[in-house]
Design a protein around this ligand. Structure first.
Ligand code: ATP
Ligand code: MG
Length: 259
């Protein structure tokens, strides 16, 4: 039994905020196992706050972005899914499953690098069923010029045409865009630099997004390239983010009236 699971046992299933606490404890367990950086706890808290004002559900605008993201991933030539510590701690099995059904490689890419962290994340992904994990062997990595953070060290991402970046830092999203790559972001904050820079922004909690993406992949796999291309073309990220903000406003108005 992992310490992640141990942590879960302290939360009674009857607790009204069981789901939220369950994932909070996965993050804490992840930190104890080196998978999550200390700052990852704070990032998670920021995410929780935005999730609250979204009503903790996958909104219609998030569903639209998910559909466009899956279509884009299915037609991309060299797509890569970037993995950080929080994602590995929260939903490793689903992430590996998504990577397998889309046949898209996983690459570990960290903002905070600490002795043993990459190894710890690699082990979590292996345990979740991943057979090949990139971003581990420094000999295969190159550095993206003009980027200061550790996120500059990449393997397959260097030549990718599309990169999915769950819980990303804005600096690297900007850099990836300047290198002419398409970017799919999963970020609960619709106003983060990552959300605003990305081509497709899924404003949703990663723990709901990945299972939804798996479901949508099964549906969209039935379509041909032209149909998938149309889905991507018809998606307008700016309008979709504006719709998300509108949904937040409506949700808060409704809550205000209910007090
Ligand atoms: P940016 O650098 O893009 O401007 P930031 O500096 O505000 O963003 P970071 O710490 O760099 O924030 O990125 C972490 C982001 O991940 C935050 O915007 C946070 O809302 C988001 N986040 C945290 N947990 C989750 C989650 N479970 N699902 C989706 N997004 C999340
Ligand atoms: Mg940031």
């Amino acid at each position: 039994m992992t310490s992640n699971e141990n942590q879960d046992h302290s939360v009674p299933k009857t607790h009204p905020r069981y789901e939220s606490l369950k994932y909070r404890h996965k993050i804490i367990g992840g930190m104890k196992n080196l998978v999550v950086a200390e700052a990852g706890l704070i990032a998670h808290g920021r995410g929780e706050c935005f999730d609250y004002i979204l009503g903790e559900k996958t909104t219609d605008s998030a569903k639209k972005a998910i559909e466009a993201a899956v279509a884009a991933l299915l037609i991309a030539e060299k797509p890569v899914i970037s993995v950080n510590g929080n994602v590995a701690a929260l939903i490793p099995e689903e992430l590996v499953k998504l990577s397998k059904i889309l046949k898209i490689p996983l690459e570990i890419n960290l903002f905070y690098q600490k002795e043993g962290r990459i190894e710890a994340i690699k082990n979590v992904l292996h345990k979740a069923g991943a057979t090949k994990i990139h971003g581990v062997d420094t000999k295969k990595m190159i550095e993206l010029e003009g980027l200061e953070s550790n996120r500059r060290k990449v393997e397959l991402i260097a030549n990718a045409d599309l990169v999915m970046v769950p819980l990303e830092d804005g600096d690297r999203t900007e850099k990836l865009k300047k290198l002419n790559k398409k970017v799919i972001a999963v970020d609960l904050n619709p106003l983060s630099r990552t959300a605003l820079w990305a081509d497709i922004t899924i404003v949703d909690n990663i723990v709901r997004t990945i299972p939804e993406m798996i479901k949508i992949t099964k549906e969209l796999k039935k379509l041909n390239g032209t149909q998938l291309f149309k889905i991507v073309q018809n998606f307008n990220n700016k309008v979709n983010i504006q719709n998300t903000l509108e949904l937040i406003i409506q949700y808060l108005e409704k809550q205000k009236k209910g007090i």
